[in-house]
Write a protein that binds this ligand. Structure first.
Ligand code: NAP
Length: 435
């Protein structure tokens, strides 16, 4: 009975769903030994460091990950970095297939003047900061002004804006980073403005996330009702309107028309606004926008501009995959054809297809790539796998060590009335795993 050795790099949703697809494909004649390699001392990727703390339901997918990890053919090697602790070439030589599920963690740039000013941040730095990612504890976040601007009309922009706009006591029962909660409680921000460059009909928000906005207890949410009405008229030209778009526009209409509470926290979504310059002396002072119009389905700039006075700008305009020696990136994702990179190296998730789709999208996507890998498998290699590759004394966080970290965080959470209290210090995480 041949057992093929599979290395999956990246312990996020794409990595786990890749492992699950291999587990589901096992038969009496075909088995797999799966080693999951992760740079951080903790697994779960964006479920831990991306999903907003006030959306705990989305995080329950971690139960599926833990089930996958309990299958005897699965081993976790966290605290192991590709390119530093193991090379791609070594993995290729030792494993029958290597799958890079390394995500897309580099925030895209606007490419406008002033983007490098202090207090102009990428969501790629801000989101892991409030989610207790060990590498982002020291992100400089200045919440001293009363207005923040978030650029982009996608779900990440919405997460970022909501975290800034809600009453921080609403985050008390969540697993938000302790350092972020302290800072958010001192925040002077009372108005958050999301700016999308195109119309409401082009927004990348999804309807369930939009529908949650009017339910915010301590924040009034505004969208210009005329912008939504015009967008709906434009969308209706040419017959039947596509279902997701219809739901989005209905949800936006609901936001625009729902009775406001008269509270002092405000979240506004502004469309047809392209940022052209971030101005300030060393630090952000204002953002200038061009006002756009839509003609014959095209978004066009007008001569009109407006500025928003602010000392905090966060761009949430998508992500690019990170590079590794031997891997090329094109259009923000690893160069691949249907998940195949070269030889026995493959990719799944955001690294493969770019930063699109929700967590569940990775399930079918990974399954397709695993089918392709299985088709291409020949004779299993005789090799030792990762254990011969790591330097002696290298401290691996395996599944047992991770379970100790997990239990410790959950216990701290129980005491504090939260799902968990995340440890942010890399060394302390490792020592928790050792304890
Ligand atoms: P996204 O959905 O692709 O949205 C990116 C936004 O940035 C778009 O509105 C885009 O506008 C805008 N943008 C891009 N370049 C720009 C520029 N140069 N100037 C101004 N605006 C620009 O990306 P995301 O928000 O990072 O989300 C990534 C994925 O994660 C999405 O699939 C999202 O649904 C998912 N996600 C889901 C949840 C959830 O389910 N709760 C939460 C977070 C993220 P254009 O359309 O005009 O290009």
């Amino acid at each position: 009975m041949p057992t093929f050795k599979i290395a999956i790099v990246g312990a996020g949703p794409a990595g786990y769903f890749t492992a699950q697809a291999f587990q589901n494909a096992q038969t009496e004649e075909l088995t797999f030994a799966i080693d999951m390699i992760e740079r951080l001392p903790t697994p779960w990727g964006l479920v831990r460091s991306g999903v907003a703390p006030d959306h705990p339901k989305i995080k329950t997918v971690s139960k599926v990950f833990e089930k996958i990890a309990k299958v005897p053919n699965f081993r976790l090697f966290a605290n192991v970095e590709l390119g530093k602790d193991v090379s791609l070439k070594d993995l290729r030589d030792q494993y029958d297939a290597v799958v890079l599920s390394t995500g897309a963690s580099k925030g895209r740039k606007l490419g406008i003047p002033g983007e490098e000013l202090a207090n102009s941040l990428s969501a790629a730095d801000f989101v892991p900061w409030y989610n207790a990612h060990p590498d982002y504890v020291n992100t400089e976040v200045d919440l001293s002004c009363d207005t923040a601007v978030v650029i982009g009309a996608g779900n990440v922009a919405m997460d970022v804006a909501r975290i800034l706009a809600i009453d921080p006591t609403e985050l008390d029962p969540t697993d938000v980073a302790e350092h972020a909660l302290v800072k958010l409680k001192q925040s002077n921000i009372r108005t958050v403005i999301i700016c999308g460059r195109r119309g409401p009909e082009h927004a990348a928000f999804t309807a369930p996330e939009l529908r949650d906005l009017p339910k915010l207890e301590n924040t009034d949410v505004y969208i210009d009702v005329k912008q939504v009405k015009d967008a709906t008229e434009r969308a209706n030209i040419g017959g039947e309107i596509e279902k997701d778009l219809k739901h989005n526009l209905e949800a936006m209409k609901l936001i625009a028309e729902h009775a406001k509470k008269g509270v002092n926290r405000k979240l506004e979504i502004k469309f047809l606004s392209t940022p052209i310059e971030i101005k300030g002396n060393k630090k952000v002072e204002e953002v200038e926008f061009t006002i756009n119009k839509i003609e014959a389905g095209k978004v066009l700039p007008t001569k009109d501009t407006f500025t928003i006075k602010t000392r905090l700008v966060i761009t949430a305009i998508g992500y690019d995959a990170v590079e590794y020696p031997g891997i090329t990136i094109e259009n923000g994702r690893i160069n691949n054809i249907a998940g195949h990179i070269e030889h026995n190296v493959y990719t799944t998730g955001w690294a493969k297809r770019g930063p699109t789709g929700v967590i569940g999208t990775n399930k079918s996507d990974s399954s397709d790539v695993v089918d392709l890998i299985i088709e291409n498998l020949k004779e299993p290699k005789v090799s030792e796998g990762i254990t011969t590759l790591l330097k002696s004394g290298h401290e691996v966080i395996d599944q047992l060590a991770w379970e100790k970290i997990n239990a410790s965080e959950v216990i701290s959470g129980e005491i504090a009335g939260k799902p968990r209290v995340k440890e942010v210090d890399w060394k302390r995480l490792i020592s928790l795993g050792r304890s």
